[in-house]
Design a protein around this ligand. Structure first.
Ligand code: MLC
Ligand code: AMP
Length: 507
């Protein structure tokens, strides 16, 4: 029996027929039947471009309905979908193409020349373009393609996607996600959050991450719901769609921005049944204030690229501010001592580990890294520090990994520090996350110049411009004579975070 995730989607898509699947604000619309037919043509196109089952398809395109259809076509043909942040620079893309060796790279029309160059250097055999209005070479080819009506048979442990996530070493790792991982998580969320064909999800998230692609789109596809699809989070557009929607999935920044707008009222949100938050910590204040303003208690959940969603506050029952709720059905969690690995009793703070059908199968071509984080017992070490209360609610209290989360995007300081340290005039640097009113944490660099060197903030930012995606670049750069170190010589980032704590505070 085939376990291709697309089998479950196709069944639901046929059943939903002419019902809305994706509706954009400009009035573009795909019914489920149209999306199913498009997935056949696009799968045929991928085949004609030489993509075979098991091949990776790398995609760096702006958000559009057709990008979702491409994802579906890739599943249909048995490929591994590899979405890339639209902010990545050519230097970053070069690494991903070289590492993943995709059979095809789909890029933005405006980036075609540069993409061809990078792909050639990385040895990627085919490049096609995809625009946001149904334009680009891929869609031209799809017009003439022989539709592929069959769905490639897949084992449940075959790869459905690879999502790159940065790491503490500064080198990005491709998390390998299987059909089983994605199907089990989507099914669990449909049930936990009561999604059905009457739902209309306001989709403002980017579609190159777990949150916007798998949590949002897979849940919609599994439940036959509709998506009110927008290119990005735009406060006016979201407020305008709220009366037509039933659910919104967001990162905490969405909620702080909504709260800052007086158009957010209980009346506006009266047709909504669910607001979820994740990817970064939602403060208890935001949770409480949102409930006071709208009558809706935000449902906070917790997940990762490597695991999909692990825990969620309940749909019925108490959604407790400052917690990420209970393990989803099928997900097991463990709290262990960071040093000894021993299990910890309720109430203590420790390292969170998770196991379940949602947990990935390893990092692409990195067996050692995989073995470090994914134990033989199947438990994955999340790097998050947590507490579990006597009712089983999990509270994320910190991170054991050196990671900054800015507006829901992960930035690993090591990668930024390496780039800064290579600059002339820099002795060393430390990159930290500092409380930021909009983004949660603001990426901030603290730089020690070489003796006698004169270097300023704008030079550091300019040096990173073509090298790192914009969201990884420090919002501010500070200069000090010496980094604080402990007796082991380790940089004491806590001390730096304290020192620069107030820099983004308004007023
Ligand atoms: C954009 N910029 C950011 C940024 N997003 N800088 C820092 N952090 C961010 N998150 C930069 C842009 O490059 C640009 O720079 C400037 O800010 C304005 O760009 P914009 O596109 O207008 O930004 P804005 O609309 O304000 O975007 C902020 C945001 C967006 C929070 C709405 O980043 C967003 O949608 N984040 C969601 C991230 C997400 O989906 N995470 C899920 C990961 S999965 P310049 O210089 O050009 O002006 C995961 C697992 C799980 O974590 O549990 O879900
Ligand atoms: P990513 O690697 O982009 O998938 O990010 C995963 C990380 O985001 C987790 O390891 C957590 O540190 C963080 N995260 C996700 N959801 C939450 C949440 N609800 N509260 C706190 N941190 C979260």
């Amino acid at each position: 029996m085939s376990h291709n995730l697309f089998e479950s989607f196709a069944e639901r898509m046929s059943a939903r027929g002419d019902a809305d699947f994706i509706v954009t604000r400009e009035g573009r619309r795909y019914s489920y039947a149209q999306a199913l037919a498009a997935s056949e043509r696009l799968a045929g196109t991928l085949a004609s471009l030489g993509v075979k089952p098991g091949d990776r398809v790398a995609v760096q395109v702006d958000k559009s309905p057709e990008a979702i259809l491409l994802y579906l076509a890739c599943l249909r043909i048995g490929g591994a979908y590899l979405p890339l942040n639209t902010g990545y620079t050519s230097t970053e893309i070069d690494y991903f193409l070289g590492d993943a060796e995709p059979a095809l790279y789909v890029c933005r029309p405006a980036a075609a020349d540069e993409a061809e160059r990078v792909a050639r250097e990385a040895g990627c055999p085919q490049v096609v373009t995809l625009g946001t209005q149904g334009d680009g070479r891929l869609m031209e080819l799809a017009e003439q393609a022989e539709p592929m009506e069959s769905i490639e048979s897949r084992d449940e442990n075959d790869l459905a996607a690879i999502l790159y996530t940065s790491g503490t070493t500064g080198r990005s790792k491709g998390a390998m996600l299987t059909h089983r991982n994605l199907a089990s998580n989507a099914q669990a969320l449909v049930e936990a959050w009561r999604f059905d064909a009457n739902d209309r999800l306001i989709h403002a998230l980017p579609i190159f991450h777990t949150h916007g692609l798998f949590v949002a789109c897979n849940v919609v596809l599994m439940s036959g719901a509709a998506m009110l699809f927008m290119p990005k989070f735009d406060i006016d557009a979201v407020l305008d769609e709220i009366p037509r929607g039933t659910a919104l999935m967001g990162v905490p920044t969405y909620y702080t921005r909504l709260l800052a707008d007086e158009r957010l009222t209980p009346e506006l949100a009266r047709n909504m049944r669910l607001f979820t938050s994740g990817s970064a910590p939602l403060t208890a204040d935001t949770h409480t204030e949102f409930e006071r303003r709208t009558g809706h208690a935000i449902l906070e959940r917790y997940g990762m690229t490597e695991t999909g969603m692990n825990t969620s506050n309940p749909y019925d029952g108490a959604r407790i501010a400052g917690t990420v709720g209970l393990p989803l059905p099928g997900v097991e969690i463990q709290l262990v001592d960071r040093e000894t690995g021993a299990n910890l009793p309720t109430g203590e703070t420790g390292m969170l580990k998770v196991r379940g059908p949602n947990v990935f199968v390893g990092y692409w071509r990195m067996p050692e890294k995989t073995a470090e984080e994914l134990g033989e017992d199947g438990f994955f070490v999340t790097g998050d520090l947590a507490k579990i209360d006597d009712k089983g609610y999990v509270q994320i209290v910190g991170r054991d990994k050196d990671l900054v989360i800015s507006g829901g995007y992960n930035v690993y300081p090591k990668e930024v520090e390496q780039a800064i340290d290579e600059m002339d005039g820099v002795l060393e640097s430390a990159v930290i996350g500092v409380p930021h009113p909009d983004l949660g944490e603001g990426v901030t660099a603290v730089v020690v110049p070489n003796d006698g060197a004169t270097i300023d903030e704008s030079q550091v930012i300019a040096a990173l411009r073509d090298r790192l995606a914009r969201y990884k670049q420090p919002k501010r750069v500070f200069f000090i004579d010496e980094l604080p170190r402990n007796t082991m010589g380790k940089v004491q980032k806590n001390q730096l975070r304290k020192q620069f704590d107030a820099i983004y505070r308004p007023g």
